[in-house]
Design a protein around this ligand. Structure first.
Ligand SMILES: O=P(O)(O)OP(=O)(O)OP(=O)(O)OC[C@H]1O[C@@H](n2cnc3c(O)ncnc32)[C@H](O)[C@@H]1O
Ligand SMILES: [Mg+2]
Length: 201
């Protein structure tokens, strides 16, 4: 059985990636805690795809394991797609989820409800020990509300209501883990990636 390294330093993202991959494949999954530490290069790509590939290539180069990385973010229509690839450090401090979502809410203060649309985007990249590369992007459309709700998920989940059939108005942070995986940018991109990789995993 092959082993795949999930190359993320974000613990909550890792929980989701592990859960999605465990359901989609039978491969053994390890995280960065299971390999010797290495210094990360800056995520200086121009796109989600660039950054996802950069993280996966770096992980393979340092560990020799085939790796999957995710680069993701929230793209707000009224902000021309920002925070986008800058989502993790929007407020200036990397990984400050509360600071990031508070700044975004302040910036959107005067934007009326009908224009508070956007999407979470995820590029999921696989790089093999043989150098083979696959990268797949998917998204979860929805809208940004005015006050955070819910304790699940991470990042901007408490202020994002995914589009769903029916009258659901739950934020991504109010969804069960299964429901988030079913709808999410990460769930969709990683399931498609796993499907593509099926022949040689
Ligand atoms: O780069 P790694 O080590 O994987 O961890 P990271 O947290 O820096 O990850 P990204 O560079 O891909 O930035 C993603 C940011 O986008 C936001 N984000 C991505 N997916 C999200 C989700 O499912 N729910 C809420 N926010 C999300 C959140 O702010 C993340 O920190
Ligand atoms: Mg990052």
């Amino acid at each position: 059985m092959s082993t795949i390294l999930l190359a993320t330093r974000n613990k909550k993202k890792l929980v989701e990636m592990r859960r999605i991959m465990a359901q989609a494949t039978g491969v053994e999954i390890i995280g960065l805690d299971d390999v010797p530490t290495y210094d990360e290069a800056p995520e200086d790509g121009a796109t989600f795809e660039d950054n996802a590939l950069l993280k996966a290539r770096e992980a393979v180069a340092h560990t020799g394991f085939p790796a999957i990385a995710d680069d993701s973010g929230l793209c707000v229509d009224a902000m021309s797609g920002m925070p986008g690839i800058f989502s993790a450090r929007w407020s200036g401090r990397h990984g400050d989820d509360e600071g990031n979502l508070r700044l975004l809410l302040a910036q959107l203060h005067d934007v009326p409800d009908e224009r508070r649309t956007g999407a979470f985007v995820c590029a999921a990249a696989y790089v093999g020990a043989d150098g083979r590369e696959v990268v797949i992007r998917d998204q979860m459309p929805g809208r940004i509300i005015r006050e955070p709700r819910g304790a699940g998920g991470f990042g901007y989940d408490p202020i994002f209501v995914p589009d769903q059939d029916g009258a659901e108005v739950l934020t991504a942070a109010e969804l069960s883990p299964d429901a988030k995986d079913r709808l999410s940018h990460r769930g969709k991109a990683m399931r498609r990636l796993a499907e593509t990789l099926q022949e040689y995993l």
